[in-house]
Write a protein that binds this ligand. Structure first.
Ligand SMILES: Cc1cc2nc3c(=O)[nH]c(=O)nc-3n(C[C@H](O)[C@H](O)[C@H](O)COP(=O)(O)OP(=O)(O)OC[C@H]3O[C@@H](n4cnc5c(N)ncnc54)[C@H](O)[C@@H]3O)c2cc1C
Length: 450
C-alpha cells in the first residue's frame, strides 16, 4: 500500500534494502488467515496472544472483524489500543510476542500471522480517517512530552485523546525517533509514521519539531507551565570504545551507519564487512550489509553464540542470508593508513562470573587480522546524561532514571519517564506500553485532584 523506495531527500535506496521481511497480505489472504484463528480467550482469561502484547491489543477481536470482512471495526480495535499500530505491525518481534503465544503453535501448527493481519487493519484505518479515533472534550491541564519517538507519540496521543493540552518537543525535524533513524529499512523505512503522527495531531496533540530542550533553563520554564513533564527521550549516541584506528574512513558506529543507509547515502561498503557486537542492532547492521551487496559479512562477538543478546530467530535468519559468526573473538584495533584495510582480532574464552553472564577473557597470543573494507561497531547506546542531570531529585541507576513501574513517575513528582530512556533500549511496542501507562497515570492523578 505504501511506496518506500525513495528517501525524503530524493536518494534512491537499493530495492534489496527495502524489500520487506513481512510484506502486506492481499484482502483474500487476510480473510483466509483470519479464518484460521481459533478466537480463543474470554474476558476473565484473555487469549495468550493478548497477554503477550505489551500494547494490550484485543487481537481475537480485530481478527474476528477481519474474518467477517469488517476491516473498519478491525482498524477501530487496533487503534483503540495502539496509536502506532501500523508501525508496530511492521517492526514488532512477533516471533517472541503475540505469535509465540498463539495456541496453534502449542499444537505444532503454524501460528496465525498476527503481525501481517495487524498491518492490514492498521493500514486500512490510516487510509480511511473515519476508522481512526476521535478526540474528546478538552481539559485545562498542560503536559509537555519531550521526544517524539514511539513512546512520546503514544503518550501524547493518549493524553490528547483524554483532553489534555499536550505539546511534544522533538529535537529532530521529524517524528519517529529510532523508528525513523535506526529500524532496518526492510522492516520500515518511514511509512506509515507520517499518517500515524497526523492522527495523533488530529487528536489534539501539538507537535513541535526541530525544538530540542537543550538547557536546564528551558526545562525549568516548562515546569512552570505544565502539570507534568514526560521524558520520552530514548537513549543517546552509540557507546564508543576508542579502538585505535576508529577515525579511519570505512569505520562506522551502528546508528550513524543505519541512519545514513536509510537516507540513501550509503550505497557501496565494499566486499568484506565486519560487524562488532552480538545484539539485535549488530544483526540488523549485518543484514543491511548483505543487502548492500557485501560478499563477506562477519559478526564478531566476544562471548559465545548462546550468550548473544540478539533474538535467536534473527541470528538464524542472518546466518541463512550468509552472515558468518566469529564468536569468542574480540576486536583490538582498526588497521589501515588512509582508510580501513583490516581489523586485528583476538580469541577469548568464557570465565564463569558467580552465576551471572560468563565473562570473556582474552587469550594472549591468539591475535590475528581479518581483512575488511568496512567495520561497524554495534555495542549499545549511551544514556542521555546531560538532560537527565537537569531534573531535580531524579534517581538514576546505571545512568537511567528510576521510575514507579505502575505509573512511570520518577522521584521528582512532576516528571514521568518511559521507553528506552528507562529500560536502556527495548522495542517499539514497549515504548508504546510506557506511553500509554504514563498517559493513564497522569489522567488518573488529574481525576483525583479536587
Ligand atoms: C538499530 C536498532 C534497530 C531496532 N529495531 C527494532 C525493531 O525492529 N523492532 C522494535 O520493536 N524495536 C527496534 N528497536 C528499538 C526501538 O527503536 C526503540 O525501543 C524505540 O524506538 C524506543 O522509543 P522511545 O520513544 O523510547 O525512544 P526513541 O525512539 O529513541 O525516541 C526518542 C526521541 O526523543 C528525542 N529527543 C532526545 N532528546 C531530546 C531533547 N533534549 N529535546 C527534544 N527531543 C529529544 C529524540 O530526537 C528522539 O526522536 C531498534 C533499535 C535500534 C537502535
Amino acid at each position: 500500500m505504501f511506496q518506500t523506495r525513495v528517501t525524503d531527500s530524493g536518494f534512491p535506496i537499493p530495492p534489496a534494502l527495502t524489500e520487506e521481511l513481512r510484506p502486506a497480505l492481499t484482502a483474500r489472504q487476510v480473510r483466509a488467515e483470519a479464518e484460521r484463528c481459533l478466537l480463543c480467550g474470554v474476558p476473565e482469561a484473555p487469549a495468550p496472544c493478548v497477554v503477550a502484547c505489551p500494547a494490550d491489543v484485543d487481537i481475537p477481536a480485530f481478527i474476528e472483524s477481519l474474518a467477517g470482512d469488517d476491516p473498519d471495526s478491525a482498524a477501530t480495535t487496533v487503534f483503540a489500543a495502539n496509536l502506532l499500530s501500523g508501525t508496530c505491525a511492521r517492526c514488532c518481534p512477533v516471533e517472541v510476542l503475540c505469535e509465540a503465544g498463539c495456541v496453534l503453535s502449542r499444537e505444532a501448527r503454524r501460528p496465525i500471522e498476527i503481525g501481517a493481519l495487524h498491518r492490514y487493519a492498521a493500514d486500512w484505518g490510516l487510509a480511511r480517517p473515519p476508522a481512526r479515533r476521535a478526540p474528546v472534550s478538552r481539559r485545562d491541564e498542560r503536559v509537555a512530552v519531550i521526544g517524539a519517538g514511539p513512546g512520546g507519540l503514544a503518550c501524547a496521543g493518549e493524553l490528547a485523546a483524554s483532553g489534555f493540552a499536550v505539546t511534544v518537543y522533538e529535537a529532530r525535524g521529524e517524528p519517529g525517533g529510532l523508528v525513523r533513524r535506526a529500524i532496518a529499512p526492510y522492516r520500515q523505512l518511514n511509512e506509515p509514521l507520517p499518517a500515524e503522527t497526523q492522527m495523533i495531531a488530529e487528536l489534539g496533540a501539538e507537535l513541535r519539531f526541530g525544538h530540542p530542550i537543550e538547557s536546564a533553563e528551558a526545562l525549568h520554564a516548562l515546569e512552570a507551565e505544565c502539570e507534568a513533564i514526560v521524558l520520552a527521550v530514548g537513549m543517546g549516541a552509540d557507546v564508543t570504545v576508542d579502538y585505535p584506528g576508529d577515525h579511519l574512513p570505512g569505520v562506522w558506529t551502528s546508528l550513524h551507519f543505519i541512519e545514513q543507509v536509510k537516507a540513501g547515502r550509503v550505497t557501496d561498503i565494499g566486499q568484506r564487512v565486519l560487524v562488532i557486537g552480538g545484539g539485535n542492532t549488530a544483526v540488523d547492521v549485518a543484514r543491511i550489509a548483505v543487502r548492500l551487496g557485501a560478499g563477506e559479512v562477519t559478526m564478531v562477538y566476544r562471548r559465545g553464540e548462546a550468550q548473544m543478546p540478539a533474538y535467536a530467530h534473527e541470528v538464524a535468519e542472518a546466518k541463512a542470508e550468509g552472515v558468518r559468526l566469529e564468536v569468542l573473538t574480540d576486536a583490538l584495533r582498526f588497521l589501515g593508513t588512509d582508510r580501513l584495510t583490516g581489523v586485528e582480532l583476538r580469541r577469548t574464552r568464557l570465565q564463569p562470573d558467580g552465576g551471572g553472564r560468563p565473562r570473556p577473557q582474552a587469550l594472549e597470543g591468539t591475535e590475528f587480522v581479518m581483512p575488511a573494507d568496512t567495520a561497524i561497531t554495534a555495542i549499545g547506546q549511551q544514556p542521555r546524561r546531560e538532560l537527565l542531570s537537569w531534573v531535580d531529585g531524579l534517581v538514576l541507576r546505571n545512568g537511567l532514571p528510576e521510575v514507579d513501574p505502575a505509573s512511570g513517575r520518577t522521584a521528582n513528582p512532576k516528571y514521568y519517564a518511559g521507553g528506552d530512556v528507562v529500560n536502556g533500549g527495548d522495542t517499539v511496542v514497549e515504548a508504546v506500553r510506557w506511553g500509554k501507562l504514563i498517559a493513564g497515570a497522569i489522567a488518573q492523578r488529574a481525576e483525583r485532584r479536587p
